[in-house]
Design a protein around this ligand. Structure first.
Ligand code: PFF
Length: 453
């Protein structure tokens, strides 16, 4: 049973907390974005930087957010306002998070729409091919059609809004608890097939043999941005989720488990995709289309492949939905608690804003293809500004807030659950990293990646 004092809706069980937090972290980031960026940025080198960013920055920021959210039991904006010293603008972390959530949803719902569409394409058998040219044609036919891609994006928005209206505990917990193990199992099936393809070794070498000449400031910023995006941090999502955490939950352990599971799923997705890329002659740097071409190809080369393709895209759709629920929750919780809006109104209002905001990203694959700002189309711009600027900047301030403003004494109190947990050494390590390592690293990477120094 939820043991909250404030009457807010909360996660009912400890397993539910873990599953729902994982449900936010695991999504298109693992299955779609991680392979796309890894392929575009040199494979193993990118993977290595991404792992370092996850450990040195991702985990500490995640622990900080959950800790502060659970303490304040409020949305991200209010959490930083109430826990921070009066008169200082710490609530801007939450505001920047609401903006980031809207930007991310703008392109995330687009890609989720492609996934939903691929379920039906798989059923019809039209994507069962190992020929790169045919696979590409099928993908372009979907994303290049303004009506089809917009329709799928709006279907996704309607679906997520409907689940959100069901409330936190029942909606999110139920969906994510069932999903995770099944998705993991299916990814293992894809990996097994991929690894037994004749040229699998080339794909593995690409994924696991680093070439340090490929490292640039831009690549490091990209990997850092992915670490933030992957763990749903730097924007108040985990703060909001933290507010639903039970008071007896072990935060550092839960966060570490989520991080490890999330990382494993990304790497599994890489092992599922890259051997197939090299085996069938796809382009590793194909970017957003990579997932949609390679996975059907792997399945097309095995018995029962069509059914597996349908199941795979269904599970990816569910994983994406888990992540979108948590993204949606950021503006919704903010509107409900700050502006006393009803949950229904806040949800519908958010969906409408997202419908309008998301359209330019979706259409940038077709009619708005030539419309660019700062050299990026709207899809890439939403992604760049959110993942590579807003989340890292949010991360810097969250670290400073947790380490310096909230401070060591109160952090020790919160992370040990008022002295009930015997984790003093872990907390000391956390405090050191969150005060001295993470904010400094993120600042350097950000300034360098943006070519500001
Ligand atoms: N972590 C999600 C993924 O990797 O798909 C995306 C995401 C969800 C980012 C929630 C940010 C967020 F607040």
């Amino acid at each position: 049973m939820a043991q909250q004092t404030s009457g807010r809706d909360g996660f009912a069980t400890r397993l539910g907390v873990l599953a729902a937090t994982l449900g936010s972290a695991v999504g298109l980031g693992n299955i779609w974005k991680f392979p796309a960026l890894t392929g575009q940025n040199g494979g193993a080198t990118f993977l290595l930087v991404y792992i370092i960013a996850t450990l040195l920055v991702g985990l500490p920021v995640m622990i900080s957010e959950i800790m502060l959210g659970r303490k304040a039991k409020a949305n991200a904006v209010r959490t930083y306002r109430e826990l921070g010293p009066k008169g200082q603008p710490w609530s801007l972390i939450g505001i920047s998070g609401v903006i980031a959530a809207v930007l991310i949803m703008g392109f995330y719902t687009d890609v989720a729409g492609w996934v939903f569409a691929y379920i039906f394409k798989a059923m019809s058998g039209s994507i069962a091919t190992t020929d790169p040219a045919v696979a590409k044609e099928a993908f372009v036919a979907l994303v290049g059609s303004p009506t089809q891609s917009l329709m799928w994006q709006w279907i996704v928005l309607a679906l997520v809004s409907a689940i959100i209206l069901g409330g936190v505990s029942s909606g999110i917990e139920r969906t994510t608890k069932i999903l995770m193990p099944v998705l993991l199992l299916l990814l293992c099936v894809v990996c097994a097939r991929s690894l037994t393809l004749p040229k699998a070794a080339e794909g593995l070498a690409f994924l696991f043999t680093p070439d340090f000449s490929k490292i640039t400031g831009g690549v490091i910023l990209m990997a850092l941005g992915l670490a933030f995006f992957k763990l749903s941090i730097g924007m108040g999502t985990m703060t909001t989720y933290g507010s639903y955490f039970r008071d007896d939950q072990n935060i550092p352990v839960t966060a570490a488990r989520v991080m490890l599971c999330d990382l494993s799923i990304s790497i599994l997705a890489g092992v599922a995709i890259f051997p197939a890329v090299f085996n069938f002659g796809f382009e590793p740097s194909a970017g957003p289309s990579l997932l949609f071409m390679t996975i059907p190809a792997v399945f097309a080369s095995m018995p029962g492949g069509q059914l597996f393709t349908v199941i795979f895209f269904c599970l990816t759709a569910i994983a994406a939905t888990g992540a979108m629920l948590s993204l949606f929750e950021v503006p919704v919780a903010w509107l409900v608690e700050e502006f006393k809006m009803s949950r229904a109104k806040a949800t519908i209002g958010t969906a409408l804003v997202l419908g309008v905001m998301g359209a330019p990203a979706t259409l940038s694959m077709s009619v708005l293809g030539d419309f660019k700002m700062f050299g990026l189309n709207m899809f890439d711009l939403y992604d760049f500004v959110s993942s590579n600027i807003l989340l890292p900047v949010g991360g810097i301030f969250i670290c400073i807030f947790a380490g310096w403003v909230w401070g060591s004494k109160r952090t020790r109190e919160l992370l040990s659950n008022g002295g009930h947990l015997d984790n003093a050494a872990v907390v000391s390590g956390f405090l050191f990293v969150v005060k001295w390592v993470s904010p400094v690293l993120v600042t350097i990477v950000l300034l360098n990646g943006l070519k500001l120094f």
